[in-house]
Write a protein that binds this ligand. Structure first.
Ligand code: NAP
Ligand code: FE
Length: 373
């Protein structure tokens, strides 16, 4: 069977990597726009490292720090308006998946006049400002993907805008920015990364290359399980030493490289409604649903489940379920009416085409029911 692998982002990984490789910024122009959330980049040192590196290269910059979690298209249009007015050459995205995704959309919108509908339906020219990404959570892998996941009020869900031109040119991955991430965000984002690796293995677009990355990512996650559990039990980030932060960051970037090839599956599709309507965090939503999808896959292609449980050091799906329960705690309440509505939305997403084991709508309803019983 044929397959392709494409991931053009230059990855620079390690402590103080921005200072060490600050010369890399100069290839992208003389005027940058830093895109971030409101607070965290100012306290975790990432914004300061970026501005210092830009100053060292005599690059002017402006800061657009208005990106909220689960970014709206309006926020991206606001950023693009400023980028055009100022005549920006490139964007430096700092933050979790939200600022990185917003930055990619801004990069597209700064280069062309398109409506919200055209943006969300992928009807645009494949031209964009260059984006350099500095992740400060370890979860989405957005620093190495061609996706910008935006809140889509037109269909009351989240939509992935995809284009090879929005692959970041460079990903500066420095785990030191993640040192103060809360227990909850650390766990939820780590489970988002795990979900990417798992869904990559369960995708029709998987290959030996993506599976190799996915299994390494899963193994890295498994080496952090004990610390994640202890942090949850004690409600303290004290156990997350630099080695753990380093492994979680690698786990996330590798898993991002996986979904850049494979896309995500029904798990993400189901999770989008939980986030949009119930404000359940993205990684948490995936984590709550994963065990039930593994059960379904196990009925039809059990060898795929082995490929996932083995690198996790787990023997059964029940053990996987218990692990997710320990890390995530009690699921939220979701009504039968909500389940029917979310299931219909999920089966109408493009993610369904990625599923090697493609659930029917009835099976999706059942997965929701068992998870949120
Ligand atoms: P996020 O929404 O980017 O950030 C969540 C929170 O974490 C924010 O309050 C943020 O604060 C804070 N934060 C970020 N870095 C921090 C740090 N180092 N220390 C302390 N706090 C920090 O969360 P995320 O889970 O990384 O991203 C979720 C989004 O990514 C969703 O919209 C999801 O759909 C998307 N996603 C995209 C892809 C892709 O391939 N593009 C893949 C999976 C998920 P500030 O706002 O102050 O920065
Ligand atoms: Fe995700």
């Amino acid at each position: 069977m044929s397959y392709k692998y494409y991931m053009p982002t230059k990855i620079v990984f390690g402590q103080d990597c921005i200072q060490e490789y600050s010369g890399l910024f100069s290839a992208y122009g003389k005027k940058a726009m830093i895109v971030s959330g409101k607070h965290s980049s100012k306290t975790n040192g990432s914004q300061e490292d970026v501005t210092r590196a830009l100053e060292k290269q005599n690059i002017e910059y402006i800061i657009f720090d208005k990106v909220m979690s689960h970014p709206t298209t309006n926020c991206c249009y606001d950023g693009a308006k400023i980028a055009k007015e100022v005549g920006i050459d490139f964007i430096v995205a700092i933050g979790g998946g939200s600022p990185m995704d917003a930055a990619k959309a801004i990069a597209l919108l700064a280069k062309q006049e398109i409506s919200q509908k055209q943006l969300l339906q992928g009807e645009f020219e494949h031209r964009a400002l260059p984006v350099i990404a500095v992740p400060t959570t370890a979860g989405t892998g957005s620093e190495v993907t061609q996706y910008a996941i935006l809140t889509n009020d037109l269909i009351e869900s989240k939509t992935g805008v995809a284009s090879e031109v929005i692959f970041p040119k460079i990903a500066f991955v420095d785990p030191k920015y993640m040192r103060d991430l809360s227990v909850e965000i650390t766990i939820n984002t780590a489970i988002d990364a795990l979900s990417h690796a798992i869904e990559g293995i369960l995708s029709v677009r998987s290959s030996v290359l993506s599976d190799t990355l996915a299994q390494e990512s899963i193994e890295l996650f498994s080496r952090c399980i004990q610390s994640l559990g202890e942090a949850k039990a004690r409600n303290s980030i004290g156990v997350f030493n630099d080695t753990i932060r380093d492994m979680l960051a690698k786990c996330s970037t590798l898993a991002g490289m996986v979904i850049a090839q494979t896309g995500t599956t029904v798990v993400h599709a189901m999770g989008y409604s939980l986030t949009y309507f119930k404000a359940i965090d993205h990684g948490r939503a995936n984590g709550l649903l994963l065990a039930q999808y593994l059960e379904l896959v196990n009925e039809k292609e059990p060898e795929l489940v082995d490929k996932i449980l083995h690198p996790m050091g787990l023997k059964t799906i029940q053990a996987f379920r218990e692990l997710m329960n320990t890390l995530l705690g009690e699921p939220e309440t979701v009504t039968i009416e909500e389940i029917e509505r979310f299931s219909e939305k999920a089966v109408n997403t493009g993610n369904m085409n990625n599923c090697r084991v493609r659930p029917t709508q009835e099976e999706v309803v059942n997965m929701f029911k068992v998870t949120f019983k």
